[in-house]
Design a binder for this molecule. Structure first.
Ligand code: UGA
Length: 429
Protein backbone atom coordinates (compact mmCIF):
# COMPACT_ATOMS: atom_id res chain seq x y z
CA UNK A 1 0.00 0.00 0.00
CA UNK A 2 1.24 3.47 -0.86
CA UNK A 3 1.99 5.79 2.02
CA UNK A 4 0.05 8.40 0.08
CA UNK A 5 -3.26 6.63 0.59
CA UNK A 6 -5.98 9.25 1.24
CA UNK A 7 -7.36 9.36 4.77
CA UNK A 8 -10.66 10.47 6.27
CA UNK A 9 -10.96 11.98 9.74
CA UNK A 10 -14.28 12.35 11.55
CA UNK A 11 -14.17 15.03 14.23
CA UNK A 12 -12.05 18.20 14.16
CA UNK A 13 -11.26 18.37 17.86
CA UNK A 14 -7.80 18.07 19.39
CA UNK A 15 -7.22 14.46 18.38
CA UNK A 16 -8.84 14.79 14.94
CA UNK A 17 -6.95 17.92 13.92
CA UNK A 18 -3.59 16.67 15.13
CA UNK A 19 -4.16 13.31 13.41
CA UNK A 20 -5.17 15.06 10.18
CA UNK A 21 -2.30 17.54 10.21
CA UNK A 22 0.31 14.87 10.99
CA UNK A 23 -0.90 12.42 8.32
CA UNK A 24 -0.95 15.31 5.82
CA UNK A 25 2.63 16.10 6.86
CA UNK A 26 3.52 12.45 6.10
CA UNK A 27 2.19 13.04 2.57
CA UNK A 28 -1.42 11.83 2.71
CA UNK A 29 -4.44 13.67 1.30
CA UNK A 30 -6.71 14.12 4.33
CA UNK A 31 -10.39 15.04 4.42
CA UNK A 32 -11.64 16.18 7.84
CA UNK A 33 -15.33 16.24 8.60
CA UNK A 34 -17.01 17.90 11.58
CA UNK A 35 -20.68 18.61 12.27
CA UNK A 36 -19.90 22.06 13.71
CA UNK A 37 -20.37 24.66 10.95
CA UNK A 38 -18.45 27.39 12.77
CA UNK A 39 -15.47 25.09 13.33
CA UNK A 40 -15.32 24.02 9.68
CA UNK A 41 -15.66 27.64 8.54
CA UNK A 42 -12.82 28.65 10.88
CA UNK A 43 -10.60 25.83 9.60
CA UNK A 44 -11.30 26.74 6.00
CA UNK A 45 -10.36 30.32 6.82
CA UNK A 46 -7.01 29.14 8.19
CA UNK A 47 -7.82 29.10 11.94
CA UNK A 48 -7.67 26.13 14.32
CA UNK A 49 -10.22 27.03 17.01
CA UNK A 50 -7.87 25.51 19.61
CA UNK A 51 -4.52 26.56 21.05
CA UNK A 52 -1.98 23.81 20.39
CA UNK A 53 1.69 24.71 19.79
CA UNK A 54 2.82 23.90 16.23
CA UNK A 55 -0.61 22.86 14.98
CA UNK A 56 -1.51 26.04 13.09
CA UNK A 57 1.86 25.96 11.28
CA UNK A 58 1.44 22.28 10.38
CA UNK A 59 -2.07 22.85 9.01
CA UNK A 60 -0.86 25.85 7.03
CA UNK A 61 2.17 24.01 5.61
CA UNK A 62 -0.04 21.13 4.40
CA UNK A 63 -2.97 23.22 3.28
CA UNK A 64 -3.09 21.75 -0.23
CA UNK A 65 -3.40 18.21 1.15
CA UNK A 66 -6.12 19.04 3.71
CA UNK A 67 -9.82 19.47 3.10
CA UNK A 68 -12.45 20.42 5.69
CA UNK A 69 -16.09 19.57 5.19
CA UNK A 70 -19.50 19.22 6.85
CA UNK A 71 -20.43 16.48 4.39
CA UNK A 72 -19.62 13.01 5.68
CA UNK A 73 -19.79 11.56 2.15
CA UNK A 74 -16.71 13.55 1.19
CA UNK A 75 -14.76 12.06 4.08
CA UNK A 76 -15.79 8.53 3.12
CA UNK A 77 -15.57 9.06 -0.66
CA UNK A 78 -11.87 8.84 -1.36
CA UNK A 79 -10.55 7.26 1.83
CA UNK A 80 -10.16 3.59 2.69
CA UNK A 81 -9.07 4.40 6.26
CA UNK A 82 -11.39 6.67 8.21
CA UNK A 83 -10.20 7.75 11.67
CA UNK A 84 -13.01 8.25 14.17
CA UNK A 85 -11.99 11.13 16.45
CA UNK A 86 -15.37 12.19 17.82
CA UNK A 87 -16.02 13.23 21.42
CA UNK A 88 -17.00 10.64 24.02
CA UNK A 89 -17.87 12.87 27.01
CA UNK A 90 -19.00 11.39 30.33
CA UNK A 91 -22.73 11.07 30.97
CA UNK A 92 -24.41 11.71 34.33
CA UNK A 93 -23.84 8.07 35.24
CA UNK A 94 -20.08 8.35 34.58
CA UNK A 95 -20.33 6.13 31.48
CA UNK A 96 -18.94 7.42 28.19
CA UNK A 97 -21.51 8.98 25.82
CA UNK A 98 -21.07 7.03 22.59
CA UNK A 99 -23.82 8.70 20.57
CA UNK A 100 -21.28 10.35 18.23
CA UNK A 101 -19.70 6.93 17.58
CA UNK A 102 -23.04 5.31 16.74
CA UNK A 103 -23.84 8.24 14.44
CA UNK A 104 -20.78 7.31 12.37
CA UNK A 105 -22.31 3.89 11.67
CA UNK A 106 -25.59 5.51 10.60
CA UNK A 107 -23.64 7.70 8.21
CA UNK A 108 -21.79 4.87 6.47
CA UNK A 109 -22.43 5.05 2.76
CA UNK A 110 -23.45 1.85 0.98
CA UNK A 111 -20.64 0.26 -0.98
CA UNK A 112 -17.66 2.12 0.53
CA UNK A 113 -15.61 -0.91 -0.41
CA UNK A 114 -12.49 -1.91 1.52
CA UNK A 115 -13.22 0.71 4.16
CA UNK A 116 -11.65 0.45 7.64
CA UNK A 117 -13.01 2.44 10.58
CA UNK A 118 -10.16 3.31 12.91
CA UNK A 119 -11.33 4.17 16.42
CA UNK A 120 -9.11 6.87 17.93
CA UNK A 121 -11.74 8.21 20.33
CA UNK A 122 -11.41 6.75 23.81
CA UNK A 123 -14.23 4.22 24.10
CA UNK A 124 -15.08 1.74 26.88
CA UNK A 125 -13.62 -1.73 26.59
CA UNK A 126 -16.12 -3.81 24.62
CA UNK A 127 -17.22 -0.98 22.31
CA UNK A 128 -15.32 -2.39 19.32
CA UNK A 129 -17.03 -5.74 19.78
CA UNK A 130 -20.43 -4.01 19.85
CA UNK A 131 -19.58 -1.98 16.75
CA UNK A 132 -18.44 -5.14 14.96
CA UNK A 133 -21.72 -6.93 15.80
CA UNK A 134 -23.72 -3.90 14.66
CA UNK A 135 -21.79 -3.63 11.38
CA UNK A 136 -22.29 -7.33 10.70
CA UNK A 137 -26.00 -7.15 11.49
CA UNK A 138 -26.33 -4.26 9.03
CA UNK A 139 -24.76 -6.41 6.33
CA UNK A 140 -21.47 -4.49 6.50
CA UNK A 141 -19.05 -7.32 7.18
CA UNK A 142 -16.92 -5.70 4.45
CA UNK A 143 -16.13 -2.72 6.70
CA UNK A 144 -13.02 -3.34 8.79
CA UNK A 145 -12.70 -2.14 12.40
CA UNK A 146 -9.49 -1.24 14.19
CA UNK A 147 -8.90 0.19 17.64
CA UNK A 148 -6.00 2.66 17.54
CA UNK A 149 -6.02 4.54 20.86
CA UNK A 150 -4.40 7.95 20.99
CA UNK A 151 -1.83 8.79 23.66
CA UNK A 152 -1.05 12.38 22.74
CA UNK A 153 -1.14 15.01 25.47
CA UNK A 154 -2.44 18.53 24.89
CA UNK A 155 0.29 21.11 24.61
CA UNK A 156 2.73 18.59 23.11
CA UNK A 157 0.23 16.87 20.81
CA UNK A 158 2.06 17.34 17.51
CA UNK A 159 5.37 16.00 18.84
CA UNK A 160 3.53 13.17 20.64
CA UNK A 161 1.94 12.10 17.35
CA UNK A 162 5.13 12.37 15.33
CA UNK A 163 7.35 10.70 17.92
CA UNK A 164 5.07 8.45 19.97
CA UNK A 165 6.38 5.92 22.52
CA UNK A 166 4.23 3.30 20.88
CA UNK A 167 1.40 2.81 18.42
CA UNK A 168 -1.27 0.35 19.55
CA UNK A 169 -3.37 -1.36 16.90
CA UNK A 170 -6.14 -3.72 17.93
CA UNK A 171 -8.03 -5.69 15.31
CA UNK A 172 -10.32 -8.70 15.02
CA UNK A 173 -8.19 -10.29 12.33
CA UNK A 174 -4.86 -9.37 10.75
CA UNK A 175 -6.16 -7.70 7.53
CA UNK A 176 -7.46 -4.28 8.60
CA UNK A 177 -4.80 -4.05 11.32
CA UNK A 178 -2.03 -4.60 8.73
CA UNK A 179 -3.40 -1.77 6.59
CA UNK A 180 -3.42 0.69 9.51
CA UNK A 181 0.01 -0.42 10.78
CA UNK A 182 1.38 0.44 7.33
CA UNK A 183 0.21 4.04 7.73
CA UNK A 184 2.42 4.41 10.79
CA UNK A 185 5.53 2.76 9.39
CA UNK A 186 6.97 6.15 8.43
CA UNK A 187 7.21 7.10 12.12
CA UNK A 188 9.65 4.27 12.86
CA UNK A 189 8.25 3.47 16.33
CA UNK A 190 7.21 0.22 18.01
CA UNK A 191 3.79 -0.94 16.84
CA UNK A 192 1.97 -3.21 19.29
CA UNK A 193 -0.61 -5.45 17.62
CA UNK A 194 -3.40 -6.75 19.86
CA UNK A 195 -7.03 -7.77 19.82
CA UNK A 196 -9.59 -4.94 19.99
CA UNK A 197 -10.59 -5.27 23.67
CA UNK A 198 -6.93 -5.29 24.76
CA UNK A 199 -6.16 -2.15 22.76
CA UNK A 200 -9.17 -0.43 24.32
CA UNK A 201 -8.01 -1.46 27.79
CA UNK A 202 -4.41 -0.29 27.20
CA UNK A 203 -5.75 3.24 26.76
CA UNK A 204 -7.83 3.24 29.96
CA UNK A 205 -5.19 1.43 32.01
CA UNK A 206 -2.48 3.89 30.89
CA UNK A 207 -4.50 6.98 31.82
CA UNK A 208 -5.71 5.43 35.08
CA UNK A 209 -2.16 4.47 36.04
CA UNK A 210 -0.83 7.98 35.33
CA UNK A 211 -3.71 9.49 37.34
CA UNK A 212 -2.91 7.07 40.17
CA UNK A 213 0.72 8.21 40.13
CA UNK A 214 -0.45 11.82 40.51
CA UNK A 215 -2.86 11.09 43.37
CA UNK A 216 -0.18 8.97 45.04
CA UNK A 217 2.44 11.73 44.98
CA UNK A 218 -0.18 14.25 46.12
CA UNK A 219 -0.91 12.13 49.18
CA UNK A 220 2.82 11.80 49.84
CA UNK A 221 2.99 15.61 49.55
CA UNK A 222 0.22 15.99 52.12
CA UNK A 223 2.09 13.73 54.54
CA UNK A 224 5.28 15.70 53.80
CA UNK A 225 3.46 18.83 54.94
CA UNK A 226 2.77 17.15 58.28
CA UNK A 227 6.27 15.78 58.71
CA UNK A 228 8.59 18.42 57.26
CA UNK A 229 9.87 16.34 54.33
CA UNK A 230 10.18 17.87 50.82
CA UNK A 231 8.02 16.08 48.23
CA UNK A 232 9.97 17.38 45.23
CA UNK A 233 13.15 15.77 46.55
CA UNK A 234 11.20 12.66 47.60
CA UNK A 235 9.87 12.39 44.01
CA UNK A 236 13.37 12.81 42.59
CA UNK A 237 14.68 10.12 44.92
CA UNK A 238 11.85 7.76 43.99
CA UNK A 239 12.14 8.48 40.27
CA UNK A 240 15.78 7.42 40.12
CA UNK A 241 14.55 3.85 40.56
CA UNK A 242 13.85 2.77 36.97
CA UNK A 243 10.97 0.61 38.21
CA UNK A 244 9.26 3.82 39.35
CA UNK A 245 10.56 6.36 36.81
CA UNK A 246 10.72 10.16 37.19
CA UNK A 247 7.58 11.12 35.25
CA UNK A 248 4.18 12.16 36.56
CA UNK A 249 5.38 12.59 40.11
CA UNK A 250 4.80 16.35 40.28
CA UNK A 251 2.69 17.11 43.31
CA UNK A 252 0.22 19.95 42.97
CA UNK A 253 -3.48 20.74 42.79
CA UNK A 254 -4.33 17.43 41.15
CA UNK A 255 -5.12 16.37 37.62
CA UNK A 256 -7.70 17.95 35.33
CA UNK A 257 -8.37 18.09 31.62
CA UNK A 258 -10.62 16.27 29.23
CA UNK A 259 -9.01 12.86 29.70
CA UNK A 260 -7.85 11.73 33.15
CA UNK A 261 -10.99 12.66 35.14
CA UNK A 262 -13.25 11.24 32.44
CA UNK A 263 -11.26 8.08 31.77
CA UNK A 264 -10.65 7.20 35.42
CA UNK A 265 -14.39 7.61 36.10
CA UNK A 266 -15.26 5.58 33.00
CA UNK A 267 -12.91 2.71 33.94
CA UNK A 268 -14.30 2.64 37.48
CA UNK A 269 -17.80 2.63 36.00
CA UNK A 270 -16.92 -0.07 33.49
CA UNK A 271 -15.55 -2.27 36.26
CA UNK A 272 -18.65 -1.60 38.37
CA UNK A 273 -21.00 -2.41 35.50
CA UNK A 274 -19.29 -5.76 35.08
CA UNK A 275 -19.56 -6.49 38.83
CA UNK A 276 -16.07 -5.48 40.00
CA UNK A 277 -15.49 -2.77 42.59
CA UNK A 278 -12.30 -0.93 41.55
CA UNK A 279 -11.43 0.41 45.02
CA UNK A 280 -8.10 1.96 44.08
CA UNK A 281 -9.66 4.25 41.47
CA UNK A 282 -12.30 5.40 43.95
CA UNK A 283 -9.47 6.67 46.15
CA UNK A 284 -7.59 8.20 43.19
CA UNK A 285 -10.68 10.27 42.32
CA UNK A 286 -11.36 11.31 45.92
CA UNK A 287 -7.76 12.35 46.58
CA UNK A 288 -7.86 14.43 43.41
CA UNK A 289 -11.06 16.20 44.46
CA UNK A 290 -9.76 17.04 47.92
CA UNK A 291 -6.36 18.19 46.66
CA UNK A 292 -7.73 21.34 44.98
CA UNK A 293 -9.70 22.27 48.08
CA UNK A 294 -6.69 22.20 50.39
CA UNK A 295 -5.72 25.60 48.96
CA UNK A 296 -8.66 27.21 50.77
CA UNK A 297 -7.32 26.13 54.17
CA UNK A 298 -3.85 27.40 53.25
CA UNK A 299 -5.31 30.80 52.33
CA UNK A 300 -7.37 30.93 55.52
CA UNK A 301 -4.25 30.20 57.57
CA UNK A 302 -2.74 33.47 56.33
CA UNK A 303 -5.83 35.62 55.77
CA UNK A 304 -8.33 34.38 58.38
CA UNK A 305 -11.85 34.61 56.98
CA UNK A 306 -11.86 34.88 53.19
CA UNK A 307 -15.05 36.96 53.17
CA UNK A 308 -14.38 40.18 51.27
CA UNK A 309 -10.75 39.22 50.53
CA UNK A 310 -9.43 39.39 46.96
CA UNK A 311 -7.75 36.23 45.69
CA UNK A 312 -6.11 36.07 42.25
CA UNK A 313 -5.86 32.75 40.41
CA UNK A 314 -2.75 32.69 38.23
CA UNK A 315 -3.48 30.35 35.32
CA UNK A 316 -6.94 29.06 34.47
CA UNK A 317 -6.29 26.39 31.81
CA UNK A 318 -6.01 22.81 33.15
CA UNK A 319 -2.32 22.87 32.26
CA UNK A 320 0.09 25.18 30.38
CA UNK A 321 0.26 25.46 26.59
CA UNK A 322 -3.43 24.90 26.10
CA UNK A 323 -6.60 26.99 26.32
CA UNK A 324 -8.55 23.91 27.45
CA UNK A 325 -10.42 24.46 30.70
CA UNK A 326 -12.23 21.15 30.92
CA UNK A 327 -12.08 19.89 34.53
CA UNK A 328 -9.48 22.58 35.29
CA UNK A 329 -8.58 23.01 38.96
CA UNK A 330 -9.37 26.73 38.54
CA UNK A 331 -13.08 25.90 38.14
CA UNK A 332 -13.37 24.13 41.50
CA UNK A 333 -11.10 26.62 43.22
CA UNK A 334 -13.00 29.66 41.94
CA UNK A 335 -16.33 28.19 43.06
CA UNK A 336 -14.97 27.30 46.50
CA UNK A 337 -13.49 30.77 46.99
CA UNK A 338 -16.68 32.50 45.81
CA UNK A 339 -18.64 30.31 48.24
CA UNK A 340 -16.32 31.52 51.03
CA UNK A 341 -17.28 35.09 50.12
CA UNK A 342 -13.96 36.00 48.48
CA UNK A 343 -13.65 38.31 45.51
CA UNK A 344 -11.98 36.14 42.85
CA UNK A 345 -9.81 37.32 39.98
CA UNK A 346 -8.29 35.23 37.21
CA UNK A 347 -5.39 35.63 34.80
CA UNK A 348 -4.40 33.35 31.91
CA UNK A 349 -2.38 34.05 28.75
CA UNK A 350 -4.62 32.04 26.38
CA UNK A 351 -7.74 30.69 28.12
CA UNK A 352 -9.63 33.93 28.88
CA UNK A 353 -12.11 33.28 26.05
CA UNK A 354 -13.05 29.92 27.58
CA UNK A 355 -12.91 31.37 31.09
CA UNK A 356 -15.44 34.08 30.22
CA UNK A 357 -18.06 31.39 29.63
CA UNK A 358 -17.13 29.08 32.49
CA UNK A 359 -16.08 31.35 35.35
CA UNK A 360 -19.16 33.40 36.18
CA UNK A 361 -18.50 35.94 38.92
CA UNK A 362 -14.72 35.93 38.42
CA UNK A 363 -12.99 39.17 37.36
CA UNK A 364 -10.70 38.27 34.44
CA UNK A 365 -7.49 40.05 33.47
CA UNK A 366 -5.15 39.86 30.51
CA UNK A 367 -2.37 41.54 32.42
CA UNK A 368 -0.78 39.63 35.29
CA UNK A 369 0.09 42.67 37.39
CA UNK A 370 -3.35 44.20 36.86
CA UNK A 371 -4.81 40.92 38.16
CA UNK A 372 -2.63 41.23 41.29
CA UNK A 373 -3.35 44.93 41.98
CA UNK A 374 -4.80 45.20 45.50
CA UNK A 375 -5.08 41.40 45.91
CA UNK A 376 -4.80 39.83 49.37
CA UNK A 377 -3.36 36.62 47.95
CA UNK A 378 -2.37 34.92 44.71
CA UNK A 379 -2.66 31.21 43.92
CA UNK A 380 -0.57 29.59 41.18
CA UNK A 381 -2.99 27.21 39.46
CA UNK A 382 -1.29 26.65 36.08
CA UNK A 383 2.48 26.62 35.59
CA UNK A 384 2.69 29.06 32.69
CA UNK A 385 6.17 30.50 31.92
CA UNK A 386 5.01 33.97 32.97
CA UNK A 387 4.17 32.51 36.38
CA UNK A 388 7.47 30.64 36.64
CA UNK A 389 9.11 34.05 36.20
CA UNK A 390 6.96 35.52 38.99
CA UNK A 391 7.61 39.28 39.19
CA UNK A 392 8.16 39.39 42.97
CA UNK A 393 9.24 42.99 43.08
CA UNK A 394 6.36 44.45 41.07
CA UNK A 395 3.82 42.03 42.58
CA UNK A 396 4.96 42.89 46.11
CA UNK A 397 4.38 46.56 45.32
CA UNK A 398 0.84 46.20 43.94
CA UNK A 399 -0.62 43.46 46.19
CA UNK A 400 -2.36 44.41 49.42
CA UNK A 401 -0.71 41.52 51.24
CA UNK A 402 2.08 39.35 49.88
CA UNK A 403 0.50 35.89 50.28
CA UNK A 404 1.45 33.44 47.55
CA UNK A 405 0.16 29.85 47.38
CA UNK A 406 2.09 27.90 44.75
CA UNK A 407 -0.23 25.10 43.69
CA UNK A 408 2.29 23.73 41.18
CA UNK A 409 5.58 23.97 43.10
CA UNK A 410 7.18 26.09 40.39
CA UNK A 411 8.84 28.77 42.50
CA UNK A 412 11.87 28.54 44.75
CA UNK A 413 10.67 28.82 48.38
CA UNK A 414 13.87 30.60 49.49
CA UNK A 415 13.60 33.16 46.71
CA UNK A 416 9.92 33.79 47.50
CA UNK A 417 10.65 34.31 51.19
CA UNK A 418 13.67 36.50 50.40
CA UNK A 419 11.24 38.66 48.39
CA UNK A 420 9.21 38.92 51.65
CA UNK A 421 6.29 36.81 50.47
CA UNK A 422 4.28 34.54 52.78
CA UNK A 423 4.83 31.55 50.53
CA UNK A 424 3.37 28.05 50.66
CA UNK A 425 3.61 25.31 48.10
CA UNK A 426 2.48 21.66 48.05
CA UNK A 427 4.43 19.25 50.22
CA UNK A 428 7.54 21.39 50.52
CA UNK A 429 8.68 22.93 53.81
C1 UGA B 1 -3.36 12.82 29.06
C2 UGA B 1 -2.22 11.79 28.82
O1 UGA B 1 -0.99 12.31 29.29
C3 UGA B 1 -2.11 11.43 27.35
O2 UGA B 1 -1.15 10.39 27.18
C4 UGA B 1 -3.47 10.96 26.83
O3 UGA B 1 -3.43 10.65 25.45
C5 UGA B 1 -4.49 12.04 27.06
O4 UGA B 1 -4.57 12.32 28.48
C6 UGA B 1 -5.81 11.53 26.54
O5 UGA B 1 -6.33 10.53 27.05
O6 UGA B 1 -6.32 12.06 25.53
P1 UGA B 1 -3.54 15.50 28.87
O7 UGA B 1 -4.86 15.35 29.56
O8 UGA B 1 -3.47 16.34 27.66
O9 UGA B 1 -2.97 14.03 28.43
O10 UGA B 1 -2.52 16.13 29.91
P2 UGA B 1 -1.34 15.64 30.88
O11 UGA B 1 -0.12 16.35 30.52
O12 UGA B 1 -1.28 14.18 30.98
O13 UGA B 1 -1.83 16.25 32.27
C7 UGA B 1 -3.05 15.84 32.88
C8 UGA B 1 -3.22 16.50 34.22
O14 UGA B 1 -2.33 15.95 35.17
C9 UGA B 1 -2.95 18.01 34.22
O15 UGA B 1 -3.95 18.65 34.99
C10 UGA B 1 -1.59 18.12 34.90
O16 UGA B 1 -1.44 19.35 35.56
C11 UGA B 1 -1.65 16.98 35.87
N1 UGA B 1 -0.32 16.46 36.27
C12 UGA B 1 0.49 15.85 35.37
C13 UGA B 1 0.09 16.56 37.60
O17 UGA B 1 -0.64 17.11 38.46
N2 UGA B 1 1.31 16.05 37.97
C14 UGA B 1 2.11 15.44 37.07
O18 UGA B 1 3.20 14.98 37.49
C15 UGA B 1 1.70 15.34 35.75
Amino acid sequence: MSRLEPIGVLGAGWVGLVTAACFAELGHEVCVRDIDEARIAALEAGGTGIYEPGLAELLERNRERLRFTLDVREAFAAARSVFVCVGTPPTHSGDADLSAVWRVLDELEPGSDGLTLVMKSTVPVGTGEKVRIELDSRGRADVGYVSNPEFLAEGTAVADFQRPDRVVIGSFGPGPGDAIATLYEGLGVPILRTDVATAEMIKYASNAFLATKISFINEIANVCEETGADVSVVARGMGLDPRIGPHFLRAGLGFGGSCFPKDVAALKQLAGNSGYHFQLLTAVIEVNELQKRRVVAKLAKHLGSLRGKTVTLLGLAFKPNTNDMREASSLVLASRLLAEGAHVRGWDPVALGEARELLQGVELHEDLLAALEGADAAVIVTEWDAVRAFPYHEAGRVMRSAVLIDGRNVLDPDEARAARFFYESVGRP
